[in-house]
Design a protein around this ligand. Structure first.
Ligand code: FAD
Length: 470
């Protein structure tokens, strides 16, 4: 009869409230404490979880297994296929007398919440904590008691509430028992190497500290330039919970203690942490977001072109627009993409190519090491103009202007599109077309699949179904 801590997307030991509670409970009742991870390969496939993210999870689980063994807490992985099987497994274990009480952290996605609610409703002995956000979903409400649909008032209210919420992360977990032997963990699924990203809480905290010391103050001015590499690149760690949002905010406040109350150089990075919360709160408030639906129902009338050849060229980074192609190749080779570029390629797919944002969202999920339903769905619907806080449909990113502005020397482009290494910076920011004078950019590089002006006009005409009726 044991106390179980169930790891999900909170793959850390420090500042893990559910794990701390599990340990306190086990201490108090003098029961053994076990940590488990219930792997769900069928669910991962259904949710298009990226092989690189699964590899990252597997590596982190092995780190955890070692660290927990030192604390006398064994970590075991069980393969159970999907969410239903997770519940069946837990219930069987409990009926067989192996489980006294389970502790776990809540997740914001619909299927996950349904699973947790079913367990609670069945009387299964499970205690949840809600800490994937700094403020739990449904706790930041407007004057009508509803979730905000627009970011800025949400942010203002969030900051108001946070002024009276302690930000201090939980202290270090002390040993529970004598050290045990760590079990190696292998996830039974497709994986691609995530070695480029160090795992482990120590490494994650080092990256966090380094970012806060070196880049936080200038983040506001520099964050839009992908060649500068000045954003935190902590998204993979936040997505699977190697870092908690509280730890990130605490690190920010260590540099700028008044950042919640007043404007400081950390303002823009704080905003990003709040965007993360905003999209998670939306996912909980509007379950249709987990079900592939447009946030704005007017978008249901859009006649997407959905040309599979264009889509494939976009996926492969062969559109003939260097900034778009460099970005997609960054995604394909590293599993990560800079935020400005995510906006550029998402606008290009949904507006220039008139391809349904859901195709792009799925492709991102299949490739991203930081894949996260709330942020991905939020980012795609924002870019397509189908979401809440909608970027109006008629604002269409011009990939040529974006390229000139945010990669003026073409350094980022050249890093990822080697066939353009010798092209001068001036020539790089165009679409590659063939004229009487020859190729505008290079013969070695794909011709552009669409002309900007015509694409813009087509998008304006097609997306005008989103015009609000008065
Ligand atoms: P930083 O700029 O250092 O920001 C710090 C943290 O804040 C990030 O790690 C992330 O957790 C959070 N954050 C930053 N920007 C956003 C944002 N706009 N929305 C929500 N959270 C944010 N982010 C994901 O984590 N997973 C995704 O699957 C994802 N898909 C996206 C798809 C599209 C089309 C767009 C436009 C954005 C998407 N984002 C996603 C948001 C954002 O691009 C990434 O979080 C960011 O680029 C990660 O880099 P960073 O860690 O250096 O971020």
């Amino acid at each position: 009869n044991s106390v179980i801590f169930w790891f999900r997307n909170d793959l850390r030991i420090s500042d893990n409230q559910a794990l701390t509670q599990a340990k306190e409970y086990a201490d108090k009742h003098q029961l053994p404490l076990h940590a488990i991870y219930l792997a769900t390969p069928a669910q991962w496939q259904q949710h298009d979880q990226a092989p690189i993210q699964l590899d990252f999870i597997e590596r982190q689980l092995n780190q955890l297994s070692q660290s927990l063994a030192q604390l006398g807490i064994p970590l075991s992985m069980f393969n159970v296929n999907d969410f239903q099987a997770q519940m069946d497994w837990l219930i069987t274990q409990q009926q067989d007398g192996h489980i006294k009480q389970v502790f776990a952290g809540l997740e914001p996605e619909w299927n996950e919440r349904q699973r947790d609610q079913t367990l609670l409703d069945s009387g299964f002995p499970i205690t949840f904590t809600d800490e994937h956000c700094l403020l739990p979903p449904m706790s930041v409400k407007n004057q009508h008691g509803m979730m905000y649909k627009v970011f800025t008032p949400f942010k203002n209210r969030w900051r108001e509430i946070m002024q009276s919420v302690p930000v201090e992360p939980l202290g270090k977990l002390t040993a529970f028992a004598a050290p045990t032997q760590a079990q190696p963990i292998t996830l039974n699924c497709d994986k691609t190497s995530s070695q480029q990203w160090p795992t482990g809480e120590k490494a994650a905290h080092q990256l966090l500290r380094q970012f806060c010391k070196q880049n936080l103050a200038d983040y506001g001015e520099q964050r839009d330039y992908p060649a500068l590499h000045v954003t935190s690149q902590l998204s993979p760690y936040l997505a699977i919970g190697i870092l908690s949002p509280r730890q990130c905010l605490a690190a920010l406040l260590a540099e700028f203690p008044n950042a919640i109350v007043e404007k400081t150089p950390a303002e823009m990075w704080l905003n990003e942490l709040i965007w993360r919360e905003f999209y998670r709160h939306l996912l909980v408030a509007f379950p249709k977001l987990s079900r592939n639906q447009n946030f704005n129902a007017l978008a249901n009338n859009i006649q997407w072109q959905n040309n599979p050849t264009d889509f494939q060229k976009w996926c492969d980074g062969r559109t003939g627009y260097p900034i778009v192609d460099a970005a997609m190749r960054q995604l394909n080779t590293t599993g990560w993409m800079h935020n400005r570029l995510r906006m550029i390629v998402a606008s290009f797919l949904t507006k220039h190519l008139l391809i349904d944002w859901r195709w792009g969202e799925q492709y991102f999920r299949q490739k991203l090491i930081d894949g996260d339903l709330a942020a991905n769905n939020g980012g795609w619907q924002w870019s397509a103009g189908t979401g809440c806080d909608a970027q109006p449909y008629f604002r269409i990113f011009n990939p040529i202007e974006q390229s000139k502005k945010f990669d003026p020397d073409g350094k980022f482009i050249k890093d990822f599109v080697p066939e353009l290494a010798d092209v001068n910076a001036k020539q790089l920011h165009q679409a590659n077309t063939f004229t009487e004078k020859g190729y505008l950019i290079s013969e070695q590089y794909p011709l552009s699949i669409i002309e900007h002006k015509a694409a813009r006009e087509r998008a304006m005409a097609t997306l005008s179904v989103m015009k609000k009726q008065n």
